[in-house]
Ligand binder design. Structure first.
Ligand SMILES: Cc1cc2nc3c(=O)[nH]c(=O)nc-3n(C[C@H](O)[C@H](O)[C@H](O)COP(=O)(O)OP(=O)(O)OC[C@H]3O[C@@H](n4cnc5c(N)ncnc54)[C@H](O)[C@@H]3O)c2cc1C
Length: 396
């Protein structure tokens, strides 16, 4: 079979690319090994798909080449995707921090993409295993369990490594390497963090407790909830900071401000000193009570379990510093089974920022999460899938 464009991977980016190329009159074949269409969209956003973010900025993305994402994100913007959602009469709402979710179900976004592909005459081959990709003259040859397929343009949209049980594979990275492109080592990101046994002995039993916080690691600060788990820490603040922790090689300390509402914790403690309260009681106004007590026991090693008035002034400065930037050294992450995205991927220095085409391999494109562009939590990763998929779909 010969077509103009073969897209491998029927996820968010692949479907957007196929629909866009199809709407230009290109003949398009989409191949995916999974029996279910765009399963990651279906499970996203708690079943309601956080499909974009109104407050999108290029600095909400991590990459070895931070400016790369600008072009695609400005050519196909959140406004463009919102217009598409509205054209399909999908009701949506803003949850928090610019994050847009479907009112009803993420299946509606899958149906939208399928309808757009059908309108462009896109053909399907799924489930179907791909055994290899090669170049034959000006064409790409894709060997599948249903025979060889040929196209002038080949789009790799096979995503990252998260959630292997629904079909994630390193296929895209292997194709990139086969054609001489570099790959930035992939790592799980937006991922819960593991803490060591000493820490878990104190805090593990508080699994499920959460609190308002600011978390950061060698990058921007995230004011959101932190969640204690039986393995360590999670919650949106931690997931966001985890990507930067991973980018820094997992060696830097991660910090949590436990008192975001209190600008000057030392003065706050000094003022509270006049009363007879214990530190843990005072902290329980802002933090879960049992966590406050464990924190005082753990960080103060027994010395802080007295009335505030009995603590020396120097101790208050120390306590304030720890409350406003509790340093933690995670022992690792919970890995690809629990991660939302993959940091790293096809090196963007080998790609054209306008079209997602490999600079030195005419007709070969990489879109979506397989590329070394990783968004924050909050609809940024789907917007990258739409923008990069659309950009390649205009050129493939
Ligand atoms: C639990 C969870 C919730 C999420 N929620 C959100 C959210 O609300 N908002 C947001 O912005 N992001 C969210 N994300 C991230 C988002 O889902 C991804 O960034 C996005 O799906 C990436 O799109 P993609 O098309 O590049 O890859 P994918 O959607 O992963 O699609 C890749 C496709 O390639 C196919 N494939 C893989 N290997 C092969 C192969 N060897 N042969 C053939 N086909 C192959 C797969 O079957 C799959 O269909 C979430 C992620 C997870 C895991």
């Amino acid at each position: 079979m010969h077509v103009d464009v073969i897209v491998i991977g029927a996820g968010a980016a692949g479907l957007m690319c196929a629909a866009t190329a199809g709407s230009r009159g290109r003949s398009v074949l989409v191949i995916d090994h999974s029996p279910k269409l765009a399963e990651k969209i279906r499970i996203s956003g708690g079943g309601r798909c956080n499909f974009t973010n109104r407050d999108l900025r290029p600095d909400c993305f991590l990459s070895q080449n931070p400016h790369f994402c600008r072009s695609a994100l400005s050519r196909y913007t959140p406004r463009d995707f919102i217009a598409l959602v509205e054209r399909h009469r999908i009701r949506y709402h803003e949850k928090t921090l610019g994050q847009l979710f479907c009112d009803d179900s993420s299946q509606q976004i899958i149906d939208l993409l399928k309808a757009e592909c059908d309108a462009g005459g896109v053909r399907w081959q799924r489930p179907s295993a791909v055994s290899g990709v090669s170049r034959e003259g000006d064409l790409f040859r894709v060997d599948t369990d249903q025979g060889a397929r040929f196209a002038a343009s080949l789009v790799i949209a096979t995503g990252g490594l998260t959630v292997p049980k629904i079909g994630a594979t390193p296929f895209g990275y292997r194709v990139a390497e086969q054609f001489g492109l570099k790959v930035v080592a992939p790592k799980p990101a937006l991922v819960p963090l593991a803490l060591d046994p000493d820490w878990l002995a104190r805090f593990g039993e508080l699994s499920g407790a959460s609190f308002d916080s600011v978390a950061w690691c060698d990058g921007p600060e995230f004011r959101e909830q932190t969640l204690l788990t039986h393995r360590g820490l999670s919650g949106p603040a931690i997931l966001q900071a985890s990507s930067y922790w991973q980018q820094a090689g997992g060696r830097e300390a991660l910090h949590i401000d436990l008192l975001p509402e209190v600008a000057d914790a030392e003065s706050w403690l000094q003022t509270a000193r006049a009363g007879r309260q214990a530190l843990a009681t005072l902290l329980a106004d802002h933090l879960p009570k049992r966590f406050a007590q464990q924190w005082v026991d753990f960080e103060g090693a027994g010395r802080w379990n007295v009335a505030l008035a009995e603590l020396p002034r120097a101790a208050l400065a120390d306590i304030a510093a720890k409350l406003k930037g509790w340093p933690l050294h995670p022992s690792g992450t919970l890995g690809y089974n629990k991660a939302e995205v993959t940091l790293g991927g096809v090196d963007t220095r080998d790609l054209d920022q306008k079209t997602m085409a490999a600079r030195r391999v005419p007709g070969l494109f990489f879109v979506g999460e397989v590329v070394d562009v990783t968004g924050w939590l909050g609809g940024y990763n789907f917007q990258w899938a739409w923008s990069s998929g659309w950009s390649a779909g205009q050129a493939a």
